[in-house]
Ligand binder design. Structure first.
Ligand code: ADP
Ligand code: MG
Length: 698
């Protein structure tokens, strides 16, 4: 059906799904769970993958690990209803081979239908079992000889409970009948599409929903088919536009112009035992220029571990304090927040600038005192998530600093900002991250932030020597530890475990602590893990920092921020279980002083290909950016940015790692659309975001 003349271009596809025949309230509700409310949402509800039921593969030619469709007659049925019931159906075809279908869950009626001689057509993943080829829980139907095959690839859609693929496919088919011509459908102006090699949108949608049998299946599987790339471009453009819009919304508010006299800042710089690196100076200047504006700053400072982000944050805080405003610094863990507290107190209190402390563990009278101080205008406040809780009221919050951005979501960032909101006025925001984000990703994922990079380490650091050693040589590693500590060096021994249970990791660490204590008589070995009380952890860390502890057995709680320059050896147990970003973070704890440091990655065999590659990367480079690029390549963007961020990165067709080549054009077209075609930009966002608020809304 073509569009009626009465439908205006802007309305195309915006009618509710219930206009389609056969969609009642129940189905409409199921669709709503998928973020589908109007006809257009169905056009843009894209397949996750495809199944090829256009042909039959002879059983003899089946390849393990690949999906296939086969057809044959049941030769034998074996259904045991006893302990571990299992239905096994053997089918054979003209290629004179046998395939076993296995079902672990089945109904008796189902078993009864499968008699010897029944002709079945099955679709499933092929496995090479111990006794020949098999399929576990294949889809199957009884067919007559010569039953027609599908004419095209079968799309498989994201769906929800109670809504089967068949039903969803037929609904989408109905919606596609209403797909208008390109002149109505297309929202990216032709002038901007020119030269980008982008095909027609209508064509692209029809191709991905109904790929013709001759379509390049492997390109489709990889998302590299021109039709998918056309859609990926549009989706990336939409994400870009929506982040830009978010940014524009925030920027349209006001912020206090923090242009101080510079006295406090100068005094801090004078008392520091080091001079700022060139990179620190540059980033500090960028931050200072932002703060002086009456518009809210939205700046991400990325810098490798040890690049000296804290002092840049302290200088920014002083700029606020000089103007009579408060600055709040929030860190994701208590340990890290405590370390910031120690640093900032040591730097700022001699200048007469008070620092208040607020964490979850601060309770009772101490909490009341802290809250009073914050409300009374204590210039600098350091803490954890507790800073965002109800009941925390600032006097005049002018600057919010958030460390380790990837652990906080956009919403948390905004929640703290809103603590300082007064009418149209909001505080400035500075976000620090030690996870270098590959440039391509940063452009897209942080389009709402300006990015500064501290791309230089303070002088005098010696690179960390990294080796990977098999767990069977653990004894040698302990010997090496003994020798190093004998020379007055200090070491970390980091324990990890597969299960994400703090309790189990703590137990494992306790075992290692006992083992090392016994193996290293005369050396003080201490333990720190996440289940200890904050006070106990702090006491151990302080003793380690003072050099009284030789070996610190730790769980990954030391991952972020701990700074002990004399610690020059790190052993990471089960290193094969950790991701690159985490390994890099951990390793950043050593190599902070001037002595040569080393890192031992203790691994257990057998190593997966992925783990092997990760260990190799760690041995080859200590460049955080290269590691981040590699991480992106190995894991994909969702994980690189942390799960909390993925809400913003849930794409239907696009894949940031795969489609990064599209981003420069996306940015160009995006800028032009916002300038020249703001209404179309708006409609594009609405189209892709659909009824579901998939994207963070601020
Ligand atoms: P990160 O960027 O990982 O947060 P920190 O701010 O903790 O790094 O800095 C790491 C260490 O380097 C700290 O001991 C800090 O005092 C020191 N530092 C920071 N800047 C410089 C500099 N310009 N020269 C020498 N040491 C510095
Ligand atoms: Mg830090």
């Amino acid at each position: 059906m073509k569009m009626t003349d009465a439908t205006t271009a802007a309305d195309a596809g915006r009618e509710p799904v219930t206009v389609l025949s056969g969609i009642g309230p129940a189905l409409a509700r199921a669709l709503e769970k998928l973020g589908v409310a109007c006809v257009q949402d169905l056009w843009f509800h894209l397949p996750l993958r495809y199944e090829d039921r256009t042909r039959i593969t002879p059983i003899r030619e089946l390849i393990g690990g690949q999906p296939a469709q086969v057809e044959g007659e049941v030769e034998a049925v074996d259904s045991g209803f006893g302990y571990r019931a299992q239905l096994k159906v053997a089918i054979g075809d003209d290629s004179a081979s046998t395939l076993t279908l296995r079902f672990f869950h089945f109904r008796k009626a189902q078993a009864d239908q499968l008699r010897v001689g029944t002709r079945l057509r099955c679709y499933g993943d092929v496995r090479m079992g111990a006794r020949g080829v098999e399929m576990i829980h294949p889809q199957y139907q009884r067919v007559a000889v010569g039953a027609p095959l599908d004419a095209r690839l079968t799309p498989v859609y994201p769906t929800t409970e109670g809504l089967g693929q068949k039903r969803l496919r037929s609904v989408i088919e109905k919606a596609l009948e209403r797909l208008p011509d390109d002149d109505v459908l297309e929202l990216i102006p032709a002038s901007l599409r020119e030269g980008l090699g982008l095909g027609s949108l209508r064509e692209a949608l029809l191709t991905v929903h109904r790929p013709p049998p001759e379509a390049d299946l492997s390109a489709l599987a990889r998302g590299m088919h021109p039709a998918q790339q056309r859609l990926a471009f549009e989706e990336l453009l939409t994400q870009h536009l929506s982040l830009q819009r978010l940014r524009a919304q925030v920027r349209s508010r006001r912020a206090p112009a923090l242009q101080g006299c510079g006295t406090l800042r100068r005094r801090l710089l004078d008392t520091l035992p080091f001079a700022l690196t060139g990179a620190q100076q540059r980033v500090d200047a960028e931050v200072l220029a932002d703060l002086a504006q009456a518009k809210p700053m939205l700046r991400l400072v990325q810098g490798d571990v040890g690049s000296g982000k804290t002092v840049v944050a302290a200088l920014a805080a002083l700029a606020a304090v000089e103007c009579g405003w408060q600055a709040a610094l929030m860190a994701p863990t208590e340990l890290l927040a405590e370390q910031h507290l120690a640093n900032l107190s040591a730097w700022l209190e001699p200048l007469g600038v008070e620092v208040a402390w607020l964490a979850g563990k601060v309770q009772g009278k101490a909490r009341k005192q802290a809250l009073d101080a914050v409300a009374g205008g204590t210039p600098v406040v350091v803490g954890t998530h507790a800073l965002m809780q109800e009941g925390v009221v600032f006097d005049r919050l002018g600057l919010v600093i958030i460390d380790e951005q990837h652990r906080f979501g956009v919403h948390q960032r905004l929640a703290l900002r809103d603590k300082g909101a007064e009418g149209e006025q909001v505080p400035h925001q500075l976000v620090l991250t030690a996870t270098p984000i590959p440039r391509t990703l940063a452009m897209s994922a942080y389009a709402d932030l300006d990015v500064s990079s501290i791309d230089e380490l303070p002088p005098g650091r010696t690179p960390v020597q990294t080796v990977a050693i098999a767990g069977s040589r653990r004894g040698e590693v302990i010997e090496r530890l003994r020798a190093a500590c004998g020379e007055g060096r200090q070491a970390y021994w980091v324990c990890t475990i597969i299960e994400e249970s703090e309790q189990l990791v703590a137990q494992a660490a306790e075992v290692v602590h006992a083992e090392l204590s016994a193996a290293l008589p005369g050396l003080r070995v201490e333990l720190v893990h996440g289940r200890m009380k904050a006070r106990e952890k702090l006491a151990v860390m302080q003793a380690f920092k003072r050099g009284e502890v030789a070996v610190l057995v730790a769980t990954t709680v030391i991952e972020v921020g701990v700074d002990v320059p004399n610690a020059s050896l790190m052993v990471i147990e089960n290193a094969e279980r950790l991701g690159l970003a985490q390994l890099h973070q951990l390793r950043g704890r050593v190599g902070r002083g001037s002595v040569a440091s080393s890192c031992v990655l203790l691994y257990h065999t057998p190593l997966s290909a992925l783990a092997r590659e990760r260990l190799q990367v760690m041995r080859e480079t200590s460049d955080g950016f290269r590691i981040a690029e590699k991480d992106l390549e190995l894991r994909g963007p969702g994980e690189v940015l942390g799960t909390r961020q993925t809400g913003r990165l849930e794409f239907r067709v696009a894949d940031l790692a795969r489609d990064a080549h599209l981003l420069p054009a996306v940015q160009r077209v995006g800028a032009a659309m916002l300038q020249e075609h703001p209404q179309r930009a708006e409609r594009l966002v609405r189209r892709w975001i659909g009824a579901a608020a998939r994207y963070a809304d601020a």
